[in-house]
Design a protein around this ligand. Structure first.
Ligand code: PLP
Length: 388
């Protein structure tokens, strides 16, 4: 590891810049928790849940240990297990499918759309048919709001309703975004988000949250996250786990939530600037009508990925690939079924996406460096072709 990676060149996600802005307040907030001593589910956790629910307009927010548990807790609360099919996009972070296997159910892979990279409803219908033909019970769909943009919940909702599926939004990357004026957290029966440090609303450690409007399920989720016991000590009748948010993380997140709206605006401005600088050279991300994104990633699509990555590396610009393999190609997931018709988009994207530096403190000079590295690489590739 380089000692000072962030100092030598631009960072892929600059957490230090944010810390310089809010560090003093975060320090005081942590000290307050150390003073009162209620480290687990302390008053900051209750306050954070209230503020997050208010932020997005959901009736309930239930925090937990991480975004993966947030997904798993919902599957547990819905009693999803062996013999049940849960539909997940093949192009996402592995946690989306992992929780299905942990719950004892079967993930069925669905293809994504080439424009938004989010779940394709035609492929979802094909996957439901495939699950039925395998003797599985279709129970749930987990659309992912990839890179920060909400999936097409109105269309997914129609397919889900026709097939009695629970819709659980994997909003790990999209908290703070909206669709048709409705905030993420209220677009499906449940939304699960993550406060992993590099997410748009990240803590200084692990954390997660579930949003729902269902009073009874919210109560059950609070019990399941705490060994199956309600806060009054009575049993909920279901096996639970230990998935609580620390009061220290909640105190940090309360401070971060104060600057979050400004950070979203800054991310959106950076995304627009990238679009202007690169739109003529590569396929830049496009928002679907009615959608906003919190730009967890700024991911372009190019057939010259290796060359662009190399040019960026030489210019000192870090890039990343989210995700280099579709889930159905991973060793641990090859045995699970997929939509009839296959997963061509997921496979194509895994070979052609590349993510550029993106965070709320990206300065113009850094963006210009990224843009000129990519433009320069494209120009010399074109010149190379012309010379042949
Ligand atoms: C980060 C992420 C998760 C998991 O969140 P953790 O807090 O790291 O457990 C789940 N799904 C997606 C799409 C993610 O990006």
């Amino acid at each position: 590891m380089s000692k000072k990676g962030a100092q030598q060149g631009p960072a892929f996600i600059d957490l230090a810049a944010q810390y310089r802005r809010i560090g003093d307040r975060v320090g005081r907030a942590i000290a307050a928790v150390l003073e009162h001593g209620q480290y687990i589910l302390g008053p900051e956790v209750t306050e954070l849940e209230r503020r997050l629910a208010e932020f997005c307009g959901a009736r309930h927010c239930i925090t937990c240990a991480n975004g993966t548990d947030a997904l798993l807790l919902v599957l547990m609360a819905e009693g999803i297990g062996p013999g049940d099919a849960v539909f997940v996009p093949a192009f996402t972070f592995v946690a989306t499918a992992e929780v299905v296997v942990l719950a004892g159910a079967t993930p069925v892979f669905v293809d994504v759309r080439p424009d938004s990279f989010n779940l394709d409803t035609e492929s979802l219908e094909a996957a439901i048919g495939e699950a039925k033909s395998l003797g599985l019970r279709p129970r749930c769909v987990i659309p992912v709001d990839l890179y920060g943009q909400p999936a097409d919940y109105p269309a997914i909702g129609r397919v889900a309703e026709a097939n009695s599926l629970v819709v659980l939004a994997d909003a790990a990357q999209s908290f703070g975004a909206s669709l048709n004026g409705q905030k993420v957290g209220t677009l499906a029966s449940y939304a699960a988000t993550s406060f992993y440090p590099s997410k748009p609303l990240g803590g200084y450690g692990d954390g997660g949250a579930i949003f729902t409007d269902d009073d009874a399920k919210a109560k059950l989720l609070r019990a399941i996250r705490c060994h199956g016991r309600h806060p009054d000590g009575s049993e909920c009748g279901q096996v639970g786990l230990n998935s609580r948010l620390d009061a220290i993380q909640a105190a940090i997140l309360l401070e971060k939530l104060l600057v979050f709206p400004q950070e979203i605006v800054a991310r959106q401005a950076s995304a627009e600037r990238y679009g202007e600088g690169l739109g003529a050279e590569v396929q830049v991300p496009k928002l679907t009508a009615g959608a906003t994104s919190v730009w967890a990633q700024y991911t372009i699509v190019t057939e010259r990925r290796d060359e662009l990555a190399k040019a960026c590396r030489e210019a000192g610009v870090p890039t990343a690939i989210h995700y280099a393999s579709p889930l159905h190609a991973l060793l641990a997931y090859q045995q699970f079924p997929m939509a009839l018709g296959g997963l061509p988009q997921a496979e194509w994207l895994a070979k052609h996406v590349i993510s550029l530096p993106m965070h709320a403190y990206l300065v113009d000079e850094t963006q210009d460096l990224v843009i000129s590295a990519i433009r320069g690489a494209i120009r010399s590739l074109k010149a190379g072709v012309a010379a042949e």
